[in-house]
Design a protein around this ligand. Sequence first.
Ligand code: NAD
Ligand code: MN
Length: 504
Amino acid sequence: MSPCPVFKHTFDTPSFKGTVNMPTGLFIGGEFVASVDGKTLDTIDPTNGKVITSVSEGNSADIDLAVDAAQKAYDTVWGENVSGAGRGKILMKFAELIEANLDELAALESLDNGKAFSIAKGFDVPEAAACLRYYAGFADKDGGKVINVDSSKMAYTRHEPIGVVGQIIPWNFPILMLAWKLGPALATGNCIVLKPSEMTPLTALRVAALSLEAGLPKGVLNIVNGYGLTVGNAIASHMKILKVAFTGSTLVGRHVMKAAASSNLKNVTLELGGKSPNIIFDDANIDEAVSWACFGIFFNHGQACCAGSRVFVQEGIYEEFMKKYLAKVESLTLGDPFHEATFQGPQISQVQYDRIMGHIESGKKEGATLLTGGKRHGTEGFYIEPTVFSDVHSEHTIFKEEIFGPVVVVTKFKDEAAVIALANKTEYGLASAVFSRDISRAIGVANKIHAGTVWVNCYNQLHTAIPFGGFKSSGIGRELGEYALANYTSVKAVHINLTAPGPM
Ligand code: NAD
Ligand code: MN
């Protein structure tokens, strides 16, 4: 393994001035190294389509090395070789270091992903730190149970780490998805081989360097950048990786599950796509509903798995709601992610840009009404205007398929039963929302929606303590909260005979 080049970049922006100097290799066994075959991949600035830098690109041989490093660390310096309190202390320090490097991490994230610097700084990076800190607190608190059977026997359970786990994450919240994966896995004593998205490889490498500074032993965390078909597939099908956690599209989630099944039947958790309904009743506070519904779809440029991409508005307030909603949507500021006023930056890539534009064309062709947006914003980069369609029916493609961009479809409804049926008419079940001042109605509807999250009178509220994940084709398992610990532990039952005589 040979050393790798560094990425040196000076930010001279209205929001952040400073220099980043970081290695671009694979992070294996606590060292930044070039890939076995020396290949690199380019990461693109989505505001202009230009190359930011290149980073080492791994393949299956690099995954083998990373797995060996992780296994060695697991057997010697992590897992049950260190107390929960010891792991917690390191995770706490890790969270502090992320906070201490807030501006630099936010700038890297913004550069690589195109999201507004102010949002990366105010949300993505602090939430990543908060997630690690939350799980630091659990590191010495995840115990088993004593189970009484009868007076002649007893049993207890142990929550043991799984061992070497694989994690594959997407580009839409690179550092936050990283933290959601690292927090529970490290707190419970696992060693990790993680692949960031090939679109956004940078913050994970910077965070890897911080993990060493926090005292995480070498080999506990390994980061291998590369493509899904090579590195991602090598993780999902590796015989020595005992668990894979994946966040990304439903299509790739199926591949990961198949690869897990046909290799070693590794444990699988999946966080996948969505087409989440946002239901606004006549008795809602209209101005509040307008604000949340706008944030619900256009936050992160529509590139959120839980985006409120199907809005349902009851007929009594439809006219007034739509008038205010369109005014709000048209007031959103698009532009340079490093300008203070920017809310919406570019989409992540040319491929995503083309895909979203294809959906907009299909909406027009199928007869939905384009109320605003639908075009490129500006002359370079992958910017798309916030786009609203009305007169959308459940047979329209734009009603059914996840667009993963700044495109919302609005449907007018008459009564509660009809809107619940429409809301649930989807293969997905990630998130949803209901707006009403009637608490009985809000809770009644929340109970009937088939989704892992329901927001009442708000949208996109995530919290490290609250589980997040999908029903139906939106996934398997839950991230965040105490629930996520179960993703990274194997339960062992120990039976003890006290006085029962032998059976023969
Ligand atoms: P994607 O599925 O294309 O890629 C996700 C990750 O999987 C990337 O790291 C990619 O390189 C890797 N990958 C691709 N092919 C693979 C393969 N054959 N085997 C193993 N790994 C492979 O998704 P994306 O474009 O990065 O992200 C957008 C999608 O992710 C959307 O559908 C969105 O809804 C979903 N998403 C879901 C959540 C959630 O929490 N449920 C969060 C973020 C994104
Ligand atoms: Mn990028």
